[in-house]
Design a protein around this ligand. Structure first.
Ligand code: ANZ
Length: 840
């Protein structure tokens, strides 16, 4: 087989593309645009991993395809380069984060270039570059001017290990999503962005975008819109009422107690003298717990009785009020009416504290609820009538409407919409982030910086360690903090908090449209032309963080008339994780794959011969099951690697990496190279090969539109196998194949294109359009016999499977007549000619 010198060929074409600016993009209103975007990487010290290669190869293939379809393609790349790892490294080594960040960026760029990716490098940007974050800060001032950025004393998620406050979206199960460190609640004055003001639009506009349903659902749940009523329960002996929020007003007659959050303002007033001590102790204990701990479903419910009572507004019943930490102060009114028969948490609570359980809803299908559980679904009301209201027999849904009307008429409550979404906690006490551009004056007032004062650059520090007490790293730079404000002629102190990692990625797709603009964040014309992003590809882990935050900023910018579309990313696709086989010895220590030999499915250590346990796991450095892109490119070439990462499975699914795929892909490339460079290629016609080429191109168009990049490789391999025995290969058919191949293997593609006599880059060629005449299946006539006698004929497309043939033949009325009742012993098939049933 022909081998090719990938190192020489790949270098050569990379130089060619750079010299000819093949990937450069320019606004051109006479052409249709296509903006394709990758989630920009955080340039970590570890360099590119295979997960990056999967996503970036996919967008690269699509970019090349759209370009060859004649679209004006924008495919940029940059760096999300503010972040904790650089800062932690700085704390450890004293190296300024700017230095490590620059080194890492250089490595990433070089690695990406070695893949031959179609990126317009003239548009490279980095979120930690002052020329960039000048505008991040400026957008913050816009948010501030619109009243969407405010300071609030809040109970926040503070992570002592990271020395910073985190957003709700960054905490999972009481731990930081970044590193799994413990998070505690702590009151702190913080900057907060009013994302809740956009809750409804963030929800509704999900209808405008073509995103995976799973991501839309995650966002919907995160926003958590719920419709219910707030009902006032008069407090006995006080001239006050306890408001509760409920989505299940239909269960009101079943309320047998009420629960208020430990932080509820009425706790003191409701608590009677003899319950005081217990309640105070309980409230004190609840303070240290996170919302997560408090609402964990499996956890045993705790609570204490206040001694106080409320009155149920629908029937005048007296209801005891408890304090329990499973009710959150921050949701609804911080108080609930508890209906143990129909809410599981209330049920568990009532069982534990021997509170009565009153059934008021029956399942519609007449079945009774399960023993030991609350019946939580909608149903038909029972035990729900009083002097003023009679609801027995109505459905839950009807009852809710009737009650809401009744409350609103009598002024006892009103219809209410609630969201789970909370405002976005926006300050971090870190060094390596955008300083928040605000000055605080002695009299407690503040001033947001103006554009001519931006970028606000952080001070130089030698010690980057967070103080750890909730104050920011920047507060250590006393000289930077204390200033005389020339604009207001007053002494002032700079804000010392910085923005979270997410800030820079809230608008980078906009800067890519016009990255060198010195006067503005982006030009109107550029934004209007390029936006929205046509296809955005990245990991699903950003569902409620980046993807929600960026939509929020975009909508604010839309309201400022700075962008012309309500949504930033029209279509979104998520790439699946890459998994690989890992090995462990008997001490549970990971073993490098290179040190493992396999025989009959048993894996042993090469040297010690110890039998190892093996597992398919997420590829990662710590599990020693990763692969180094640099090494692979060296050995197999970027083209083979790009093919391999596309071949292992559908983009959106989890897939298992195995290096055998690389060998297969490399062999395929060699074979293709051999054919294309052989003297079989000529102007001579060959119908069969031409037809295969048309079919390949048709399949390519179909698969590329659907982002089914792996199946198209299989088709290309099939094509090569089928034409390899041909004596002649029509040049046009070969060209078409090369055009498809070049999307995946661009270096070799260009090389072959040149060998076929073209002087310009293959990207300037037009992607072929198949002739429909070659796509229709050829029709053949089958003779159908029963015991050797002709009983029917079938006109069918060529090459049907045996199963399909038998099915169709037995359905044939005349054949069926002769087969009726008989047992088929054997079926003889002569492909595309004859089918004979032999009966017993
Ligand atoms: C009575 C009731 C009866 C409820 C029933 C549910 C089932 P969503 O849909 O998530 O909005 N709730 C209200 N505020 C709360 C708080 N601060 N902490 C904990 N729970 C709270 O949930 C609304 C329901 O959650 C409300 O409806 C309330 O319990 C509870 F059979 O009221 B329900």
């Amino acid at each position: 087989m022909h081998d090719y010198d990938h190192q020489q060929i790949e270098k050569k074409w990379q130089k060619y593309w750079e010299k000819n600016q093949t990937f450069a993009s320019h606004v051109d209103e006479s052409k249709k645009k296509y903006y394709i975007l990758d989630m920009w990487p955080y340039p970590s010290g570890a360099g590119l991993h295979i997960g990056h290669a999967v996503g970036y190869t996919a967008t690269d293939i699509v970019a090349r395809y759209r370009r060859m379809l004649g679209l004006n393609v924008l495919h940029p790349m940059g760096w999300d380069s503010f972040g904790l790892p650089a800062e932690r490294y700085a704390v450890r080594t004293g190296t300024h984060p700017a230095i490590t960040t620059k080194q890492n960026i250089d490595t990433y760029r070089e690695q990406l270039q070695s893949f031959g990716y179609y990126y317009d490098w003239n548009r490279e940007i980095a979120s930690s570059d002052p020329e960039y974050y000048k505008w991040t800060q400026w957008i913050f001032t816009k948010l501030y001017e619109k009243g969407l950025a405010y300071e609030a004393e809040a109970s926040v998620n503070f992570c002592p290990a990271l020395g910073t406050v985190l957003a709700n979206e960054e905490v999972e199960g009481g731990r930081a999503t970044d590193g799994g460190h413990e998070v505690v609640r702590m009151p702190l004055k913080q900057w907060v962005l009013k994302i809740t003001a956009y809750a409804d639009r963030l929800l509704e506009d999900l209808e405008l975008v073509d995103w995976p349903e799973s991501i839309k659902t995650l966002q919907r749940n995160w926003i958590g819109r719920s419709e219910g009523v707030t009902v006032d329960f008069p407090i006995e002996g006080l001239n006050e009422a306890l408001s509760v929020y409920t989505t299940r007003a239909d269960t009101l007659f079943g309320a047998t107690f009420m629960v208020i959050a430990p932080e509820h303002p009425f706790v003191e007033q409701l608590t009677t003298e003899d319950h005081k001590q217990v309640v105070e102790a309980y409230v004190q204990a609840a303070r240290g717990k996170s919302d997560f701990e408090r609402t964990e479903v499996v956890r045993e419910k705790t609570g204490v009785f206040t001694g106080g009572y409320c009155v149920n507004p629908v029937n005048g019943e007296k209801i005891p009020v408890w304090v329990a930490d499973y009710v959150l102060a921050s949701y609804g009114t911080g108080a609930v009416m508890a209906v143990p028969a129909h809410d599981q948490r209330d049920y568990e609570f009532a069982t534990q504290y021997h509170i009565p359980i009153k059934e008021v809803i029956r399942p519609c299908d007449g079945e009774s609820a399960k023993e030991g559980e609350a019946f939580v679904d909608d149903g038909v009301l029972i035990n729900s009538s009083s002097n003023e209201l009679s609801l027995d027999g109505t459905t839950s849904k009807e009852a809710r409407e009737k009650l809401a009307d009744w409350f609103e008429k009598n002024g006892k409550g009103k219809r209410t919409v609630q969201y789970k979404l909370r405002d976005w906690l926006f300050s971090r006490q870190r060094y390596w982030g955008e300083p928040i551009p605000v000055l605080h004056f002695e009299d407690g007032t503040k001033r947001i910086l103006e554009l001519d004062e931006l970028p606000l650059i952080p001070p130089h520090l030698d010690d980057f360690a967070p103080p750890g007490d909730g104050t920011s790293v920047l507060s250590k730079a006393k000289e930077w903090v204390g200033v005389y404000d020339e604009k207001s002629k007053k002494p002032a102190k700079r804000e010392t908090n910085t923005m979270p990692q997410w800030a820079g990625s809230c608008w980078y797709y906009l800067r890519f449209c016009d990255p060198q603009n010195k006067e503005a964040s982006w030009g109107k014309r550029e934004e209007k032309y390029w936006l929205p992003v046509d296809l955005y590809v990245g990991g699903a882990e950003h569902a409620v963080l980046h993807l929600l935050y960026a939509r929020f900023w975009h909508k604010v910018l839309y309201d400022c008339s700075l962008v012309s579309h309500p949504e930033p990313f029209y279509s979104l696709r998520n790439q699946g994780l890459v998994l690989a086989r890992s090995f462990k010895d008997r001490h549970n220590k990971y073993i490098e794959a290179e040190d493992v030999v396999e025989k009959d499915g048993v894996y042993r250590h090469k040297k010690t011969k110890e039998v190892l346990t093996t597992q398919i796991e997420k590829m990662s450095k710590s599990k020693l099951n990763g692969v180094s892109p640099d090494g692979i490119i060296q050995e197999y070439g970027a083209d083979a690697f790009r093919l391999a990462v596309s071949f292992i499975g559908p983009l959106e699914k989890e897939k298992i990496w195995n290096s055998e795929v690389l060998n297969g892909c490399r062999r395929f490339l060699c074979k293709a190279f051999e054919l294309v460079s052989s003297n079989k290629v000529s102007d001579q016609e060959n119908e069969a090969v031409t037809k295969l080429a048309h079919r390949l191109v048709a399949k390519a168009r179909e698969d590329l539109e659907a982002l089914q990049l792996n199946t198209l490789i299989a088709k290309m391999m099939e094509f090569i196998n089928e034409v390899s025995s041909s004596k002649t290969l029509p040049k046009e058919a070969v060209e078409w194949f090369v055009q498809v191949l070049s999307l995946y293997a661009p270096h070799l593609g260009e090389e072959m294109w040149k060998m076929l006599g073209h002087d310009e880059s293959i990207l300037l060629s037009k992607f072929p359009e198949p002739d429909p005449q070659y796509l229709v299946d050829e029709v053949v006539t089958y003779v159908v016999q029963v015991n050797g006698k002709v009983r029917g004929r079938l006109e069918l497309p060529r090459d049907r499977s045996k199963e399909e043939l038998i099915q169709l033949a037995t359905d044939h009325p005349n054949v069926a007549r002769f087969l009726d009742g008989a047992k088929i012993q054997k079926t003889v098939v002569v492909p595309n000619k004859l089918l004979n049933f032999v009966t017993a």
